[in-house]
Design a protein around this ligand. Structure first.
Ligand code: 1CP
Length: 359
């Protein structure tokens, strides 16, 4: 079983080895665009109930795998589970995004924080991982994930989503000591959480630095680059002789690709604003790249999806070390049939023998 996973397309591509076909998976591949997700969410009553019930989280992880010929599963959860386990109390209300009942309001709130114990307060994620691994039976790899320390801190100060996240920036500039305390605590929390997911059985770990791109160039190093380095230095790279590759998704961070490559991530996830051949030049041949189709393409007719997929494949080229994905998560109103077309088009037009699907 371990052998099969280590020779899967995704794992081989993450280690920059050759593959029979370009691997493809999709950020947020489980979610609202799938009718079977909406049905289960309605039955469960809330998003959090889905995350915290291992059988439901496992079922949701597998839904897109049953429908499409995907090369990886990603555990159904959310990046906001760490702050929830730290006592901020994650809530979801219909028609609203996620928010925290108790966001960090004072410097004393920050000083009182401690990294959670993933084996207890995030045990539901580890249990869901074990169930999914059993269900997958060694067919395709399972990806575990966390938000980056900076991205988590953005939500913890603001209490909810934002375009500007001014609260965390104020803290960073006005109270550098407490900022440092918060980021250091989160770096430990992220590393512990990912290591617990590795112990539970994930084959790959991915860190989402969704908000690294809102930082001024001069703040990037201390706010997100150094914490990411801390996480990476604590991250297990092997578990029971299985090598566990890692991916950093760095939205809006095209300017920092050289720094990210130098940190030692196995792969970097790119958004659609980055030119693939330029990115390849910057990161060299030893770092895999993942991405970066504009998610909006999925609203187009099939012929157009096909053209845009081919453009992305051509831009990354045939060299080993490439995984097809969108540049960000799939929007909730996309037609699942477009996703099927996309996945099959990647396998058809990517590297390897064409499978004759009549595209
Ligand atoms: O039914 C619903 O209304 C919930 C929608 C939903 C889903 C399906 C949310 C709320 N999270 C998720 C699952 C989720 N989130 C996954 C599942 C695995 C997968 O199939 O990929 C993953 C990997 C995430 C990661 C996540 N959550 C990120 C990082 C990636 C990214 O998209 O940038 C972020 C920033 C979040 C926070 C979050 N959770 C949910 C929403 C709507 C948001 C964004 C909030 C905001 O910024 O306004």
């Amino acid at each position: 079983m371990g052998e099969e996973i280590s020779s899967s397309r995704l794992i081989r591509a993450l280690f920059c080895q050759s593959v029979d076909k370009t691997p493809v998976w999709i950020m947020r591949q489980a979610g609202r665009y799938l009718p079977e997700y909406r049905t289960l969410r309605e039955k469960a009553g809330s998003f959090l109930m889905l995350c915290k019930t291992p059988d439901l989280a496992s079922e949701l992880t597998l839904q897109p795998i049953r429908r499409f010929d995907l090369d990886a599963a990603i555990i159904f959860s959310d990046i906001l589970t760490i702050p929830d386990a730290m006592g901020l109390e994650l809530c979801f209300e219909e028609g609203q995004g996620p928010y925290f009942k108790r966001p960090l309001k004072t410097l004393a709130d920050i000083r009182a924080l401690a990294p959670p114990h993933p084996e207890t307060s995030l045990r539901y994620v580890c249990d869901a991982i074990k169930t999914v691994k059993r269900e997958l039976g060694g067919t395709i790899p399972l990806i575990g994930f966390s938000g980056s320390p900076w991205t988590l801190a953005c939500y913890m100060l603001e209490g909810k989503g934002s375009k500007t996240f001014t609260q965390i920036k104020r803290l960073m500039w006005e109270a550098p000591l407490e900022f440092e305390l918060l980021i250091t605590c989160l770096s430990q929390a992220v590393a512990d959480y990912l290591n617990a997911q590795i112990t539970a059985g994930v084959d790959v770990v991915m860190v989402f630095d969704t908000w690294g791109g809102i930082l001024a160039n001069s703040d990037y190093e201390r706010a997100t680059a150094e914490p990411l380095r801390q996480v990476l230095s604590k991250l297990k790279r092997e578990e029971l002789r299985r090598k566990i590759p890692n991916i950093i998704y760095a939205k809006g961070c095209g300017d920092h690709l050289a720094a990210l490559a130098k940190m030692g991530w196995n792969a970097i996830g790119l958004d659609w604003m980055v030119d693939p051949s330029w990115a390849r030049q910057i990161v060299g041949e030893k770092v895999a790249l993942q991405g970066n189709l504009d998610p909006a393409v999925l609203y187009c007719k099939e012929a157009c999806v096909k053209t845009e997929v081919q453009k992305v494949l051509d831009a990354f080229g045939p060299a080993p070390g490439y995984i097809f994905n969108l540049g960000h998560g799939i929007p909730p109103t996309v037609d699942p049939e477009r996703v099927r077309f996309l996945v099959d088009a990647v396998h058809h037009f990517g590297v390897g023998e064409n499978s004759g699907m009549g595209l």
